[in-house]
Design a protein around this ligand. Sequence first.
Ligand code: FES
Length: 94
Amino acid sequence: MSNGFNVPEKVIYVCTGSKCKKKGGKEIGKTLRNLIKDMGLKGKVEVVKTECTDRCDFAPVMSFQPDNAWLSYTTEEKAKQAFQDHIIHSDKTV
Ligand code: FES
């Protein structure tokens, strides 16, 4: 955790409630964190873990903000594609 109150430009909310966690959500979150690090986007893009978002039937669930793009039944492939679409190539530049 950093010392300052950093406000990132983009946030990926990853549900790590019990259902999503069981279906791999936490690992996908880790993959996204590594992508952020590898692409030098630390501080600009952040992965935030959330509790259950009440969409357990669609687990694992995550959302990319500010695009408000929600993923259901998320796989690593889907998450990486969404990262390209909503973080790298989104209208708002990082
Ligand atoms: S545990 Fe993720 S939506 Fe319920």
